[in-house]
Design a protein around this ligand. Structure first.
Ligand code: ATP
Length: 209
């Protein structure tokens, strides 16, 4: 998956959050979008994943050379983010089944494999509402990593995770991010130190007025 931004900007009301972004996210590479709290990382990620329109500029998508229409981009991406909710009334099994009605499993994956990655085989019938915040975060990450999509977008991937959870996240990155365009929004180095490229929101504030 490749994303090309030309002169991209986004504003809320009269305030430009970023402006003048000319940047290409190349297939199979990994990128960290960096910036302080409130700088606009999540806003840029939402523009990149097609859930928010840019206020200026154009954005183009392609996958292995074929152009993708912006309205179809969601079919190609897996997203885990604090603002993306899991469905509290579902059990773990129901949540996994629901997710994979819309996305294909990676080759060799199935429901049991996802539960086993989560190390929650004994909680198949537990309602998500009774999961701890760390368990919910692991679930979001596992659903994203286990789907067969060419693009992985992770916003603050280790929020609510303890040290063991951070190691678990890094092992998933090693196993399941290869060959996918991976974009991480973060301000914590342990979440993105493996990335080949970094993009700093601060560099696109200067032109904002
Ligand atoms: N829907 C909205 N309407 C108005 N302002 C918004 C909206 N969404 C975000 N903002 C503002 O845009 C700015 C950037 O927010 P964003 O969530 O993208 O930052 P962030 O870098 O991801 O922050 P954090 O590290 O705290 O998650 C903030 O000032 C925020 O208040």
């Amino acid at each position: 998956m490749k994303i090309t931004l030309q002169n991209i900007g986004r504003r809320f009301n009269r305030e430009w959050i970023f402006r003048g972004i000319d940047y290409t996210f190349e297939e199979q590479n990994s990128y960290a979008i960096l910036g302080s709290n409130g700088s606009g990382k999540s806003t840029l990620l939402q523009v990149l994943n097609g859930s928010l329109n840019p206020s200026a500029g154009t954005i183009k998508y392609s996958n292995t050379g074929a152009d993708i229409e912006p309205e179809n981009v969601f079919n190609y991406l897996s997203l885990a983010a604090p603002y993306l909710e899991v469905i509290e009334d579902f059990s773990l099994t129901e949540m996994i089944d629901f997710h994979f009605k819309f996305k294909k499993y990676r080759p060799g994956m199935d429901k049991q494999a996802v539960a086993s990655i989560l190390n929650l085989q004994g909680s198949n019938n537990k309602l998500i509402r009774y999961f701890s915040s760390g368990m919910k975060q692991r679930l979001k990450l596992a659903l994203a990593f286990c789907a067969d999509t060419p693009m992985l977008m992770l916003d603050e991937p280790t929020s609510n995770l303890d040290n063991q959870g951070i190691d678990w996240y890094l092992s998933l990155i090693e196993q399941y991010s290869a060959g996918r365009l991976t974009i991480i929004c973060s301000n914590q180095e342990h979440e993105y130190s493996f990335c080949n490229h970094t993009l700093s929101i601060a560099d696109y504030k200067k032109q904002a007025v």
